[in-house]
Design a protein around this ligand. Structure first.
Ligand code: FES
Length: 307
């Protein structure tokens, strides 16, 4: 553990001392993402979270009905309540309202954390390691705010305020790591979103129609964009963006069955006919291409609105 912390600290100082606090924090977060010793924790934890008997609720917690992860939306509940409590702690006579807000934040942490855990369990290694830092910060915040709530309930408002401000610092650190996860490591972002801007308008030839076997998945390129080609029946072809919207897994290496393809990385299921994500963890569908076979027997594809 000592060498682990020393390595993270050294990474933060790797500039020779010229970088500001923000860049140092960024380098420390990156170093946590590369700390393979954390895998001894993430592996068993991941299995526990994946084994939770959540049934269809798992997709709801992941945000599939919303079309994007639910966790960032719920985060506003505890953070908003705690930040508001901190403001009221600076206003004389607001003790009762501040106590209610602290309690609201503590209660809201549980469902918010659950949405984060189900997302976390389907991420790649670097994201899961960094996610542990996020969890540790928020757990510290929740503990401090729980103690703050208890102190306020006993009439010890001065101690409650002090614990609350310490909790807010921990929550802020957790939010900073969360921002790193979302924007630096692109956790939860739709990885297929750029496809319409990367594919040139018009029809693109993918090969001779006869070279695609019925029921088989094949990978072809349209410019720089890999696509999945499935010949479902003699004259019925489906073409989807190959990189999974969840985390860029190669759908062409997935299983094709019942009109769907299952991503080999985390098991998201996409309907071949329209690219819809019928099962998670993906929260966004796959871009689907229109297809035709030209007079010469070549299979061609284009994005539906691309002329
Ligand atoms: S990459 Fe995660 S389900 Fe496809």
């Amino acid at each position: 553990m000592g060498s682990f912390i020393a390595r993270i600290t050294a990474a933060a100082r790797s500039d020779g001392g010229d970088d500001g606090l923000g860049v140092r924090a960024l380098k420390a977060f990156d170093a946590v993402g590369g700390a393979v010793e954390l895998d001894a924790v993430t592996g068993p934890l991941r299995r526990v979270v994946q084994g939770l008997p959540l049934g269809p609720l798992r997709g709801v917690l992941q945000g599939r009905p919303l079309g994007h992860p639910l966790h960032p939306a719920l985060v506003h509940l505890p953070l908003g309540a705690w930040l508001s409590a901190a403001v009221l702690d600076c206003v004389p006579g607001s003790e009762r309202a501040a106590r209610v807000l602290v309690a609201t934040g503590v209660v809201a942490v549980a469902p918010t954390a659950l949405t984060g855990w189900v997302d976390w369990a389907e991420q790649h290694e670097q994201q899961m390691r960094t996610g542990l830092l996020h969890v540790a910060s928020i757990a510290a915040a929740a503990g401090l705010y729980g103690a703050s709530w208890a102190a306020r309930a006993q009439g010890r408002d001065g101690l409650g305020r002090a614990l609350g401000f310490a909790g807010l610092a921990a929550a802020g650190s957790g939010a900073a790591v969360g921002g790193h996860l979302a924007f630096r490591q692109a956790t939860g972002a739709n990885k297929a979103e750029p496809v319409p801007r990367l594919v040139e308008p018009g029809w693109h030839t993918l090969g001779r129609a006869e070279e695609f076997g019925v029921g088989e998945a094949a990978r072809r390129m349209i410019g720089e964009v890999p696509v999945l080609v499935v010949r479902e029946a003699e004259s019925l072809f489906h073409v989807l963006a190959d990189r999974c919207s969840h985390a860029s897994g190669p759908l062409s290496q997935g299983k094709v069955a019942d009109g769907c393809v299952t991503c080999p990385w985390h098991g998201s299921v996409f309907r071949l006919s329209d690219g819809w994500n019928v099962d998670g963890p993906a929260t966004a569908p796959q871009p689907r291409f229109a297809t035709r076979t030209d007079a010469g027997g070549d299979l061609q594809a284009r994005l539906p609105d691309a002329g």
